[in-house]
Design a binder for this molecule. Structure first.
Ligand code: FAD
Length: 450
């Protein structure tokens, strides 16, 4: 394939435009850096845009500003009025979020990027990196025009999958790790458990295709659901036995227009636990089965005469699959389940995670909401000019699952972006950064509640 070299040297290249990538790009641009944000998919936003009307949680803290970066995203979202989004649930786990209509979330991201002076390129998967002496010299992006080589002073991996760090030679873990979790903090909210026997191969949280239904009357539907969860579970069990595609759980979010309902879910109950977001065969199966599951739910609700659903039909499925865990890159510190349980304060705390532990069918549990996230978990052990942001950060499986909601990921991004901005100004590497200056910048400039 043709190789093309882009001569421009960017201050910072952020790979991935999910919540972590957005947080990183905005913070870095606000520090005065020239930022290029590269997105593999044909739409920005990662999981923000993947599941219609899913609450993007923890964008604020007890209804107040979480950081200037979060607020910039919220303001952009709110600028489209009630067609664009509505406030999410207020409970302790899912609080302080907004439920966006995916296309308006997408428009909000374009608007935000333009306002902040961030260059965004879609259809631009980072596929390789040229490294020498612990530094990334170039990254390689597979575009239609060829393999394009990009250079930057610093890089941020916000791909969720840790594609850039892995390409640069960083070590990583995949899947559920051997880590004792205190059963007394466990809570479960699943309808049907995925219980296949698997040994040796890594096991993962489910890969979900989100979707929306039309023709639903929300009021009678939610009223029926509130009093009939047991009946609903029975219906699903029977439909599963009949061969219909049924999810381990469903979460329903009303739409921004009448009759529309967003559906998040725990994926097909028969999806293999080993289904990996890094394997194309698995991703194809997850997509195919997810579409079937979406079509089947509309039929199940209709045929069982669930109130409000008598005339419902499948509307659309998410633009991308929702992948909950893949690579976790080895960093200078590895965040653990134990860290999520105690109010330990790190000297290098640069963000906090709120909510609960949500490893889906594998473990749901309580955590110390607002626990600290150390800067060292953003630093990949093997490379000096790269920062990690979001779900590919350095953590155990449960350490990552503790507070993995999008507002938290955006705060990790904000920290990585601010750190990159400082390094670019001072001409040093992230590992050489004075942590007190970073913390002070996060609090003073970005209003992060450290
Ligand atoms: C199905 C599902 C339901 C969830 N429910 C909720 C919820 O209700 N509320 C909540 O707050 N959180 C929820 N979460 C958790 C939350 O969405 C994730 O933890 C969060 O999105 C992770 O943020 P991220 O930016 O690290 O990764 P992602 O959101 O995964 O974004 C990564 C981005 O990088 C891009 N990318 C990947 N590889 C490359 C590459 N090689 N080059 C360039 N770009 C690349 C991807 O296309 C994507 O846009 C859910 C997650 C899933 C999957």
């Amino acid at each position: 394939m043709r190789h093309i070299t882009e001569e421009k040297i960017w201050d910072c290249i952020v790979a991935g435009s999910g919540p972590a990538g957005i947080g990183a790009a905005v913070a870095c641009a606000r520090m005065g850096a020239e930022v290029l944000m590269l997105e593999a998919a044909g739409q920005p936003g990662g999981t923000i845009c993947a599941v219609p009307f899913m609450p993007v949680n923890r964008l604020r803290l007890r209804k107040e500003l979480r950081s200037e970066v979060h607020e910039a995203f919220v303001e952009s979202l709110l600028s489209f009025g009630s067609e664009g989004c509505y406030p999410g649930p207020e409970d302790d786990v899912n609080g302080d979020g907004f439920c966006p209509q995916p296309e308006f979330a997408e428009l909000a991201i374009y608007r935000l990027a333009e306002r902040e002076g961030i260059t965004l390129r879609l259809f631009s998967p980072v596929v390789d990196a040229v490294t020498r002496d612990r530094r990334i010299r170039e990254i390689i992006v597979r575009e239609k025009r060829g393999m394009v080589h990009y250079s930057a002073k610093l890089f941020i991996d916000a791909t969720g999958d840790g594609d850039l760090a892995a390409a640069a030679g960083c070590d990583f873990w995949e899947g559920k790790s051997e880590e004792a979790a205190d059963p007394s903090v466990a809570m479960h909210a699943n309808f049907m458990l995925r219980t296949q026997n698997v040994e040796e191969q890594a096991i993962h949280m489910p890969i979900t295709l989100g979707f929306s239904l039309v023709g639903i009357e929300a009021e009678p539907f939610f009223k029926w659901m509130d009093g009939n969860i047991g009946t609903f579970k029975e219906i699903l069990k029977k439909e599963d036995e009949k061969g219909r595609y049924v999810a381990a759980w469903y979460a329903f979010n009303r739409g921004t227009a009448p009759g529309i309902m967003g559906v998040n879910n725990g994926a097909w109950v028969r999806q293999a636990l080993t289904t990996s977001g890094l394997n194309s065969a698995d991703l194809t199966a997850a997509r195919k089965n997810g579409v079937q599951l979406a079509a089947d739910l509309a039929a199940i609700l209709r045929e069982n005469n669930i109130p409000g659903c008598e005339h419902c039909a499948l509307d659309r499925v998410g633009g991308i699959l929702g992948v909950r865990d893949t690579r976790r890159i080895e960093g200078d510190y590895v965040l653990t389940f134990a860290d999520s349980q105690k109010s330990a304060e790190f000297e290098d705390t640069i963000a906090r995670k709120y909510g609960a532990i949500d490893a889906n069918q594998l473990f749901m549990g309580k955590m110390d909401s607002g626990f600290s996230y150390p800067y060292r978990s953003l630093l990949p052990a093997a490379i000096d000019n790269l920062l990690l942001a979001g779900r590919c950060g350095s953590a155990t499986f449960l350490g990552h699952s503790a507070g993995k909601s999008m507002g938290n990921m955006m705060e990790l991004g904000c920290a990585a972006g601010a750190a990159a901005g400082l390094c670019i100004k001072n001409g040093n590497d992230p590992r050489e950064l004075d942590i007190r200056v970073l913390r002070e910048t996060l609090v003073r400039v970005f209003k992060v509640k450290l």
